[in-house]
Design a protein around this ligand. Structure first.
Ligand SMILES: Cc1cc2nc3c(=O)[nH]c(=O)nc-3n(C[C@H](O)[C@H](O)[C@H](O)COP(=O)(O)OP(=O)(O)OC[C@H]3O[C@@H](n4cnc5c(N)ncnc54)[C@H](O)[C@@H]3O)c2cc1C
Ligand SMILES: *[C@@H]1O[C@H](CO)[C@@H](O)[C@H](O)[C@H]1NC(C)=O
Ligand SMILES: *[C@@H]1O[C@H](CO)[C@@H](O)[C@H](O)[C@H]1NC(C)=O
Ligand SMILES: *[C@@H]1O[C@H](CO)[C@@H](O)[C@H](O)[C@H]1NC(C)=O
Ligand SMILES: *[C@@H]1O[C@H](CO)[C@@H](O)[C@H](O)[C@H]1NC(C)=O
Length: 524
């Protein structure tokens, strides 16, 4: 596009259409291309250039990590907010024609912001207008579009039935498009597995602009978009999911234990039980630095969801994890939908409509992940506490096992199945702007991650795709070679990486759908 011969007609065009104040050469020609490919001249309403006053709000509406919300963050050349399938098809065709990169965004929760940031000139295709949810309670299934949030899905399920649910993430503002395609998990995973273990059909628009369903895309591509990430393969429009059954009454608790209250012994013992206990019970524990009576120490919080009543829960804990000292006063019986709010740290009794709120209180943050396959010795835990008290970063240990262990490693691209006790998340949030603050906090998660090396999975050191972490390897956005991709690919997918490459090679050999951690085609 940089040759003078090409620029001249573009400039003339802009001068001619002087009445469009909010226009740029790219905007004009892109809108023309879209109109031509959709036979629809209302198209200008769905394309935003940086001169449009709505550009910044539309961009920022689905930015969740303040690190990528700064004046120096690379901005898209255009944002397209399609209203129907033909708009998406035309956006793919035109973005390809213009030689730009396409970033697909649904809920914008990507930890590294790769759905709305790029190092090369790019366009954002934002699916937030695609948010319909159609529940068929007789079949116990639903079609849910990519731009719906988990909160909207949970709310709609609850409106339809008080004994159904869908096993997905904890944060209600997460988008379906990124979350399901990345193999999302939540507190129902020990009973029902991951999002992708409960997907039965999908609609995707491929690099040629074709709208495909499970039958027409074939089982290989359908396999790939259940955990391999959508963004390497096409624009996911919708998933058909199986709803799962939950009892009308569930039980939750959240209890803190400090080091003085034997937190070390508790964590140590829990490691031998977490993945083996009754699969109706899910417990996550968080390890954070805390100040108690002017002393810096470590606080461990056990958060639980039990698919059953409180008496049954108390007897399960009494026989499997008596050291926790759980009492009747610690636990609360409630409905599944209220347990969703409780896990989102809202008090039980909060109106369910808060699940429809798309606003998210953003902050600066960093996340990393690990998998634990053997219990950490007590000395190892004590060493970890010494690191935790030095900073603000913490760790979340999510129990696995149950259904997760009954599904084979190659059934979906998500490989971290039997033999894993915990998925670990390293987390740090901060409020201070600037590169110095960022350096300080990234060093904290980095130091915890380094410390954990001897205690976590090895060769490869496994990682969870939905906990996007660019530290574990990236590809040059333009080139995306197999050898670069293999570094992070084996961590996210183990032996499934090569099958993902095969699928990619078959469906997108020109590598149109690419990003910092995408799956490359073999011949490119
Ligand atoms: C506060 C918070 C809490 C979280 N909690 C959990 C949790 O409990 N469990 C869990 O598993 N994860 C959790 N995550 C991670 C989350 O699941 C992933 O970031 C997920 O990918 C987000 O999906 P999204 O659509 O919101 O994100 P986006 O940033 O829009 O997309 C993420 C990735 O998917 C691609 N993508 C998005 N939409 C489409 C589409 N329609 N077609 C093709 N590709 C697409 C994007 O290009 C990008 O690569 C959490 C994240 C945050 C910020
Ligand atoms: C991004 O910045 C705008 C102001 O420029 C602010 O309103 C918004 O809350 C910010 N979002 C995040 C996630 O930091
Ligand atoms: C797509 O959306 C546009 C704008 O709302 C509308 O004019 C057009 O009829 C729609 N096409 C289809 C196939 O729904
Ligand atoms: C901690 O453990 C010791 C020894 O096992 C026990 O005596 C003590 O009561 C425990 N304290 C708490 C608060 O559980
Ligand atoms: C904590 O420190 C403050 C100021 O140093 C002091 O006033 C307070 O009494 C201390 N509290 C405890 C519980 O030691």
């Amino acid at each position: 596009m940089s040759s003078p011969m090409l620029l001249l007609p573009l400039l003339l065009f802009t001068l001619n259409s002087y009445s469009y104040v909010a226009s740029s050469p790219l905007y004009e020609t892109f809108v023309q291309c879209l109109s031509k490919n959709t036979k629809n001249n209302q198209i200008s309403n769905i394309v935003y250039s940086s001169q449009n006053p709505s550009f910044t709000p539309v961009l920022q509406d689905y930015i969740r990590n303040a690190r990528f919300n700064t004046s120096t963050t690379r901005k898209p050349s255009l944002i397209v907010t399609p209203l129907n399938v033909s708009h998406i098809q035309a956006t793919i065709i035109c973005t390809k024609q213009f030689g730009l990169q396409l970033k697909i965004r649904s809920g914008g929760h990507d930890y590294e912001g790769i759905s709305y940031v790029s190092e090369v000139p790019f366009i954002i295709l934002d699916t937030f207008n695609f948010r319909s949810i159609d529940i068929n309670i007789k079949d116990e299934t639903a079609w849910v579009q990519a731009g719906a949030t988990l909160g909207e899905l949970y709310y709609k399920i609850w409106q339809t039935s008080k004994v159904h649910a869908y096993p997905a993430g904890v944060c209600p503002t997460i988008g379906v498009g990124g979350h399901i395609s990345g193999g999302g998990y939540g507190n129902l995973l020990r009973k029902y597995g991951l999002t992708v273990d409960n997907v039965i059909d999908a609609q995707i628009i491929d690099a040629k602009g074709r709208l495909l369903d499970r039958k027409s895309m074939g089982e290989d591509l359908f396999w790939a978009i259940r955990g391999g990430g959508g963004a390497s393969f096409g624009v996911v429009l919708a998933y058909k999911i199986n709803l799962v059954r939950v009892p009308p009454i569930v039980t939750v608790f959240s209890i803190d234990r400090t080091l003085d209250q034997n937190a070390t012994d508790l964590v140590y013992r829990w490691q031998f039980v977490a993945d083996k206990v009754d699969e109706n019970l899910f417990i996550r524990f968080l390890v954070v630095p805390a100040t108690i009576q002017n002393r810096t120490t470590v606080k461990v919080t056990f958060n639980a969801l039990f698919l059953g009543d409180s008496n049954t829960l108390l007897s399960v804990i009494k026989s499997q994890f008596p050291d926790l000292g759980l009492t009747k006063q610690d636990v609360k019986e409630t409905s599944w939908i209220q347990s969703v709010l409780y896990w989102y740290t809202l008090p039980i009794g909060t109106p369910e409509t808060v699940l429809l709120d798309r606003k998210y209180p953003g902050s600066f943050f960093k996340r990393k992940s690990d998998f634990i396959q053997t219990p950490i010795p007590k000395q190892g835990l004590e060493g970890l506490w010494k690191k935790v008290v030095l900073g603000e970063a913490g760790l979340a240990f999510n129990a696995l096992g149950g259904k997760m262990s009954q599904i084979g490693e190659t059934e979906t691209p998500y490989p971290h199945r039997n033999g894993n006790i915990f998925k670990v998340q390293y987390f740090v949030n901060w409020k201070e702007e600037g590169i110095e603050a960022e350096k300080k906090y990234l060093k904290q998660t980095g130091s915890l991650y380094d410390y954990m090396t001897p205690f976590v999975s090895k060769n490869p050191r496994e990682a969870f795709l939905n906990y996007r972490d660019l530290d574990i390897g990236t590809t040059d956005n333009g080139k995306n070679t197999y050898n670069e991709a293999k570094v992070y690919g084996l961590k996210y997918f183990k032996e499934n990486f090569d099958r993902l490459v095969k699928v990619k090679t078959a469906v997108d050999p020109e590598n149109f759908f690419r990003n910092e951690q995408s799956i490359p085609p073999l011949v490119y």
